[in-house]
Design a protein around this ligand. Structure first.
Ligand SMILES: Cc1cc2nc3c(=O)[nH]c(=O)nc-3n(C[C@H](O)[C@H](O)[C@H](O)COP(=O)(O)O)c2cc1C
Length: 260
């Protein structure tokens, strides 16, 4: 089939999911539209796609699931037999049901998943886990994935006749109620408001950015990463216990998995 336009949609609070998608995108024609699913201001925007569009979509894995705001924003996407390439990016624990959830979500919205991958990246909460990933070896695999997906799409005559894509995961999905880590500003916070402007859920007030709305915060760690003064983080006691717990669960190097 002929792709006329390629669209990228990514929810990437700390940038690694975006890194993976940007390595995939050059294998496809006419990248014409990028949708930042982290942008709180445009969270209610609807997006419509046609038969000759291609959607490349990526989300990080949170508790083995698609992050709730990403899911809510993707529920405003409308496909029309539109082919989609899916990426779930995780921090070397497990991806569990996230890729299946992403596939089911998009397929109920009129897309057809043609290729999917679970990719590795540094853990955004404890960045020493899978540090530096995606690395050179990952990028080689990502390129091979993109090339194979591109060849597959080229060879499709009628997408409605394609067999359903199998991806790993279970339904009903595992339960994930969120991680209540609530990163907040320390004394060195200058109140510049960068974190408030970048927060994907509007959980940080521009007037008092050192505070956090615990009901909206998804602990995505974006505020910690973007703070120019390193003035935002979890409380040291909380961080130490999360680190210990995650280090015991994220042992050994995991490798990307692909589905065609
Ligand atoms: C709230 C939260 C939950 C997470 N849950 C998982 C998980 O279940 N499994 C895993 O391997 N990594 C998990 N991670 C790590 C992220 O999936 C991983 O670091 C990802 O690369 C972050 O993507 P980003 O850089 O695009 O934000 C979690 C991270 C956060 C912030």
């Amino acid at each position: 089939m002929q792709i006329e336009k390629t669209h990228l949609a990514v929810f990437s609070p700390t940038g690694t999911t975006e890194q993976v998608l940007r390595a995939i995108a050059p294998y496809f024609p006419s990248l014409s539209h990028e949708i930042d699913l982290c942008d709180y201001q445009s969270r209610e925007q609807m997006h419509r796609f046609g038969k000759n569009d291609l959607l490349i979509v990526g989300v990080p894995v949170y508790g083995g699931r698609v992050p709730i705001p990403a899911r809510e924003r993707l529920e405003r996407f409308f496909g029309n037999g539109t082919p989609a390439i899916l990426a779930a990016v995780y921090g070397n624990r497990e991806y569990e049901d996230a890729l299946l959830e992403l596939k089911n979500l998009l397929e109920t919205r009129g897309f057809r998943a043609v290729a999917a991958g679970a990719f590795l990246a540094e853990h955004s909460i404890v960045r020493s886990i899978a540090a530096g990933r995606p690395d050179a070896a990952d990028l080689q695999k990502i390129n091979a994935f993109a090339e194979q997906a591109s060849n597959k799409i080229e060879g499709i005559d009628d997408i409605s006749k394609e067999p359903e894509l199998f991806v790993k995961g279970n339904f009903p999905y595992r339960e994930f109620k969120g991680d209540p880590f609530d990163p907040h500003g320390f004394k060195s916070c200058t109140g510049c408001g960068i974190c408030a402007a970048k927060c994907p859920t509007g959980a940080i007030s521009k007037q008092a950015p050192w505070k956090i709305d615990k009901n909206r915060c998804i602990s995505c760690m974006r505020c910690v990463k973007v703070c120019p003064n390193g003035a935002r983080n979890l409380s040291p006691v909380k961080y130490a216990s999360i680190r210990k717990m995650l280090e015991s669960k994220c042992k050994g190097r995991k490798e990307p998995e692909f589905f065609f």
